[in-house]
Ligand binder design. Sequence first.
Ligand code: TXA
Ligand code: MG
Length: 345
Amino acid sequence: MPSTLHLYAGNPEDVERAAQILRKGGLVAFPTETVYGLGANALDAGAVERIFAAKERPKWDPLIVHLSDAGQLAQLTQIAGPLEDRVTRLAEAFWPGPLTMLLPRTAACPAEVTAGRSTVGIRVPAHPVALALLQRVCLPIAAPSANRFGHVSPTTAQHVLDDLDGRIEAVLDGGAASVGVESTVVDPAQAPMLVYRAGAVGVRELADAAGVAAELFVPTPASLAGGRESLPSPGVGLRHYAPETPLVLTGPSPRALQEGASGALSRGERACLLLPVDWCLEIPMGWTAVPWGRWADPASLAAELFLALRAAEKTGADLILCALPEPGGLGDALRDRLLKAARSR
Ligand code: TXA
Ligand code: MG
């Protein structure tokens, strides 16, 4: 395939071009408020299969379908009984926004999208460019994060091109994603509701909005040993979001990061630090530091996490050192991504 078209969201003709490519079964990466997604017509099994090929994504990992409005749910999902009330409450509270709900699917949803599962992940994104594109195409759009499988998720159009240039028809550039980590994934049919991926919508916020308890799903070693197909959500427990350079995590303080640096130095290693801009640290000669948001402001850490990891892997350091935030709120999402990125190959 020739190199990927770089389209600009500020140009209405480019948005129309992106919509046309999607309607014809092509692949277009587009910005959402969380990360860039790699979109294809969710109703076209052939187009959906091309997403898996471009990303080198295994067939067992299902895709999230993006809608411009919750009113389109009936085409792809079958929601009845008490679940209906719960889904309505969650949709009213968090859509458009960074929440994906796993919902019983209809036959209109190709099995390729859901990896043969009986539920489909659905979200209405909050990014104006994503919404404009979805409205132009008038189709549900399946879109995983627009990175090569297992690599760091993309928060800019350049990140998408770094991973997928020549593999997809176009990227629609709408600037940097603001949230910076992927949507919260919840199964609202469980009691308590189960959160399979932490994101900007917190576990407590979900429970408050739905009026039902919610908790983070923690896989047991036995469930992980059972293989991807048997996990309730195959993204759980995966080595993922991983930079090319090994990532080493320290405790959540400048002192712990400094100690981690001293340890690496004594082993003769050269590290790149992910350094919160409100921390002051002595950086050894010949080392590098990549600025990473403000520790006191977890939203800024989330917004810049993937940007910082991608910048750090380009420095050529032996390892990346980073402090692991405390649990709770966005801390849950940051910990999830960092722990998965640090998992050994
Ligand atoms: O913020 C986001 O969610 C971004 C943007 C583009 O919307 N998308 C995204 O997609 O992160 P992806 O494919 O990289 O991650 C989707 C996660 C995967 O871990 C997948 O296993 C899980 O959601 N998932 C999707 N559909 C599912 C289903 N039917 N059942 C269980 N897990 C599902
Ligand atoms: Mg992904």
